[in-house]
Write a protein that binds this ligand. Structure first.
Ligand code: M6R
Length: 608
């Protein structure tokens, strides 16, 4: 969602602000803006609707050598995407950029009679509120920000500059991430560390309720109650190559294709095929604590939720004493669900910033339940607030559609399930096949990607004109089919839904006609024959079926078959999901759409 950048130092602020905003483009936005100040405090404010390229056009006529500034990409919440609603917002001498939502903005606005509002945003209300404490020299800038924030309900990550203090930036966060990059004679601000890569490797991640006053060579952090905070400087691990396309036309294809490598990173040092054991350091649970677990609650949104569903099927297979409930975070946070005390919650999030998932984490912690993060973004809010965790280590995922994170989330959670099973004394003969297949997966993923790529491209061209799709699977292939449908709909805008094969006769079969095509996942196994009967039912009604299977002997007269050659059986649905990822990608390119930044969506959903 929205992105924030800021710079104070000796270089041209505009250059960093624009390049930083471009790095944050992947998060989704519909307008952008920057403001810089010269040494006398004269401001250059540039804002534009649409892409950063539009802002750059304005910049070409307003290039400045100013050494301080803040910038923003806005994803509209209050008020349409437009220049006047784009950030930075001004009130008196101050300029503000803001991520998040000020929930009580209407009440606050009532009390700000002196300010003539020019936008429809909640952010301008916050700017005016800060200014009400700042104008007439009532409070220094940082204190004025604190006074205002004490009145605010909602979430925010903010950066503020003032024409009267053109050498300092005040930043603060509550529920919306902010990172302060520590440079040599320069300090950089970003809502996502990827904007800092290549500028500095040292960063301070602000915590909720903290306010920082930064200059080019000082960073002073306090809480909203004015207690000083001693900042921990952490290393940014991401490198430039990880956030570039690396020769691919789109980030999505790069991220699909790098799964053999990213999955290997997830496994590194965690499985031992000689002893058939899994060792995870991060969760921090003793053998005794692991033994006591009777329930797992898995919480996530979108793809992370699907990963949780699939992992849940596996964990139940090899740990019979455990019940697994996988829940959608936006629902669960408002349910009155009782969580038994012998539970552990897995909090699944690629970005580690998803608002609903974070809210669930906080609710679950209040109930005294141990929380374990299955997170990708290092240093993210969820990663820092969980009791323990297992990073999936897939590197930055830039494309809005999540791909490599899904594969690794499933495996990371399954490995966590195996550590519970080990502690509970589940026989190694039961766990061995899972561990052996997990170890083989990176190579198998590589084979499937390379052997099916061209065929999938060809199939996609045939179906690109359809507007409706049905994905079908059962057992472990059912969550995989849900993920396949999500991938297709979010980037190709085809109306795609997933159904469990067994549910077909309970309603969805009525949909089958020439407007639809069906993608059926048929993994070998005990339910294969039942799924075949379901495909027959679809064919009998004139369905346009694409089958994805690892059964060599499959020979039904369907329109297309993608045969996966693999020795993997248990995790075949993960391999089938690769086919879905490639299919969604090629359908989207065939339809000429924006692959990496689909309309209306943001990479990281930091508001409810
Ligand atoms: O960062 P998170 O894993 O918490 O994000 C959860 C969902 O927003 C995300 O998976 C979303 O569904 C993707 N766009 C799906 O491709």
């Amino acid at each position: 969602m929205c992105g924030i950048v800021g710079y104070v130092g000796n270089k041209k602020a505009q250059s960093f602000l624009i390049s930083g905003l471009k790095r944050l483009e992947y998060r989704g936005y519909d307008s952008a803006g920057i403001v810089t100040l010269d040494e006398s405090g004269a401001a250059t404010l540039l804002r534009a609707k649409g892409k950063i390229a539009n802002l750059e056009e304005k910049l070409a006529k307003n290039a400045k050598t100013d050494k301080i500034g803040i910038g923003h990409t806005r994803w509209a919440t209050h008020g349409e995407p437009s220049e006047k609603n784009a950030h930075p917002h001004q009130a008196g001498n101050i300029y503000l950029v803001h991520n998040g939502i000020i929930e009580n903005y209407k009440e606050l606005k009532e009390s700000l009679k002196d300010h003539r509002f020019k936008s429809e945003t909640d952010t301008e209300v916050l700017a005016a509120l800060i200014n009400s404490f700042y104008k007439d020299g009532k409070y220094p800038l940082a204190n004025a920000v604190v006074q205002a924030l004490k009145l605010v309900q909602g979430t925010y990550g903010i950066a503020v500059v003032s024409r009267k203090n053109p050498d300092e930036i005040v930043v603060a966060r509550s529920g919306s991430p902010l990172v302060v990059g520590v440079g040599h004679d320069e300090t950089l601000i970003a809502s996502d560390a990827s904007a800092l890569v290549g500028h500095t490797k040292r960063a301070i991640y602000l915590n909720d309720g903290e306010v920082a006053l930064v200059t080019k060579n000082s960073i002073e952090i306090r809480t909203l109650n004015s207690e000083p905070v001693s900042a921990k400087v952490e290393e940014i691990e991401t490198n430039l190559a990880a956030i570039q396309k690396g020769g691919y036309e789109h980030f999505l294809l790069k991220e699909i294709m790098e799964q053999p490598k990213s999955l290997a990173e997830t496994l590194r040092g965690r499985i031992n095929t000689k002893t058939s054991t899994v060792h995870l350091g991060g969760p921090g649970l003793s053998e005794a604590e692991l033994r006591k677990i009777k329930h797992l609650v898995i919480v996530g949104c979108g793809t992370a939720y699907h990963a949780g569903l699939l992992a849940g099927y596996y964990i139940e297979q090899f740990t019979p004493e455990i019940t697994v409930e996988t829940v959608i975070a936006s629902e669960y946070r408002y349910r009155s669900a009782y969580i038994p005390k012998d539970s552990v919650a897995l909090i699944v999030s690629q970005s580690g910033e998803t608002a609903d998932t974070l809210a669930c984490l906080r609710e679950i912690k209040k109930q005294g339940i141990k929380t374990i993060g299955i997170v990708n973004a290092i240093g993210s809010t969820i990663a820092r607030e969980v009791d323990g965790g297992t990073y999936v280590h897939v590197g930055p995922e830039i494309s809005v559609a999540s791909t490599k994170a899904f594969t690794s989330q499933v495996i990371a959670m399954t490995m966590f399930g195996i550590t519970i099973a080990q502690a509970k004394g589940v026989k190694s003969g039961v766990l061995k096949p899972y561990i052996e297949e997990i170890a083989k997966l990176p190579k198998e993923v590589e084979n499937v990607l390379s052997s099916t790529n061209e065929q999938i491209k060809t199939i996609a061209k045939k179906y690109a004109k359809y507007e409706h799709a049905i994905y079908l699977g059962r057992d472990t292939a059912y969550p995989a089919s849900m993920e396949g449908a999500l991938k297709l709909k979010e980037i190709s805008y085809i109306d795609a839904n997933a159904y469990a094969f067994g549910e077909l006769k309970h309603g969805p079969l009525a949909l089958v006609d020439d407007r639809f095509f069906e993608v059926a996942f048929l993994p070998k196994g005990t339910l294969f024959d039942k799924a075949i009967s379901n495909v027959q039912e679809v064919l009998a009604r004139g369905g346009h079926v694409i089958v994805v299977t690892n059964e060599k002997k499959f020979d039904m007269p369907v329109e297309n078959v993608v045969k996966i050659t693999t020795s993997i059986e248990l995790f075949a649905p993960i391999l089938m999901n690769l086919v879905s990822q490639l299919f969604a990608y090629y359908m989207t390119t065939a339809r000429g759409l924006n692959v990496d930044q689909p309309r209306n969506l943001a990479k990281s959903v930091t508001v409810e």
